[in-house]
Write a protein that binds this ligand. Structure first.
Ligand code: GLA
Length: 370
């Protein structure tokens, strides 16, 4: 708001959307399966003002620079610009977005850490554009459009998890998402637990990782099993042995969908120990059958699991690098964070960051009355 005032005067509204951490249900979203993410207490926020005395559209992103929304994309756009231009283009296909406004963007979602800073930017931008156009959409429609920005403009073939949880999360709750129907159900985590997000400091872009290859393997695995998507498979028994890695990939997705539903049952039974065990089983399956973990992620998960307060831990998001997540006993949570940072430094020589996170709220628009 301060930056906006300095540049363009009083903002009229804020549009904010959070990053996310996924508790369980990894690499299941693009297989029409189940996921259980929660929104982080980290947001990307746009401050916006409309019309006179300004013409055209200018957007200033704190730490990234200035952008004018003009004609079609010319291929020279930097990462964040592509998201802004893409969201603007696709939203404008459905609603009449005004042609004169100013926006300032700031974010405390760690960028490139696998905590969905892109989804937060896309969702916050789309919500701002809808507000400018006077349109109101469901969270699922906002998420679908944000996913198209990612898939069609940025060129990352992601699923719907990140966008849908950013658009529709409920504060204090994790969100069970059925990625086929897009039905969602909020679940409060067991009493006395805390969620720790652990950043290894290592980075890998989704587009350059094995993400696309895994998606293709899942499509082939579904074909070999004679189902539309792996959501519909119940066992890999009928798949021929040998050949590629499709059997292992399918075994992960089938078991991960079941673990996600079991995790919700554990939450409903207030069984924090079982929830934690399921998270650790998820990591073993992602490391083995799905082969998307990495050295730094395995190290930090092992260190987390060795702490007395830890109920379970796993890599989170696309994998290969970035963040892991742990469920911990709230009473031991502070010393847990310090112990993980110390332990990780002594095995890897690198410095981890650990955040203890309450589940944040999904995207919203806040009107500012002068
Ligand atoms: C990334 C993608 C999501 C999902 C996860 C893996 O975060 O953006 O759609 O596929 O990887 O679960």
């Amino acid at each position: 708001m301060e930056a906006h005032r300095r540049l363009w005067g009083e903002p009229e509204f804020l549009s904010r959307a959070p990053g996310r951490v996924n508790l369980i249900g990894e690499h299941t979203d693009y297989n029409d399966g189940f996921v259980l993410p929660m929104a982080l207490p980290f947001d990307t926020v746009l401050a916006v003002s409309e019309g006179q005395p300004h013409s055209g559209v200018e957007i200033e992103s704190e730490g990234f620079g200035r952008l004018q929304l003009t004609g079609p994309l010319d291929g020279s756009e930097a990462g964040w610009e592509l998201h802004i231009q893409g969201a603007h283009r696709l939203t404008s296909e459905s609603v009449a977005v005004p042609s004169a406004w100013r926006a300032t963007i700031a974010s405390d979602v760690p960028v490139g850490a696998g905590l969905s800073s892109s989804a937060a930017l896309d969702v916050a931008m789309i919500r701002a554009l809808l507000r400018l156009a006077g349109a109101s959409w469901t969270g699922a429609d906002v998420a679908r459009l944000a996913r198209r920005v990612e898939n069609e403009v940025v060129g990352v073939p992601s699923g719907i998890m990140d966008q849908l949880v950013s658009a529709t999360a409920v504060a204090g709750h994790a969100l069970l998402i059925d990625c086929r129907s897009l039905e969602t159900a909020p679940h409060r985590l067991p009493e006395g637990t805390a969620v720790a997000v652990m950043d290894t400091g290592t980075r890998r872009r989704l587009a350059d990782s094995g993400y696309i290859e895994r998606r293709e393997e899942c499509v082939r695995a579904a074909e070999l099993l004679g189902v539309d998507s792996l959501r519909d498979a119940t066992s890999v028994e009928s798949m021929p042995l040998g050949g590629g890695a499709e059997r292992e990939r399918a075994r992960h997705v089938i078991s991960e969908n079941q673990r996600t539903l079991d995790a919700v049952a554990a939450i409903e039974a207030d069984d924090a120990n079982r929830l934690g065990r399921l998270m650790s089983m998820s990591h073993a399956s992602l490391r083995g059958d799905f082969a998307v973990s990495g050295r730094a992620l395995d190290q930090i998960v092992a260190i987390a699991e060795a702490q007395p307060a830890c109920l379970g831990a796993r890599m989170t998001g696309g994998g290969f690098a970035g963040c892991a997540v742990a469920l911990v006993d709230a009473q031991g949570a502070d010393s847990f964070g310090d112990a993980v940072i110390d332990g990780y430094r002594s095995v890897s020589g690198n410095t981890a960051t650990v955040w203890l996170c309450e589940a944040g709220a999904g995207a919203s628009v806040v009107e500012l009355t002068p």
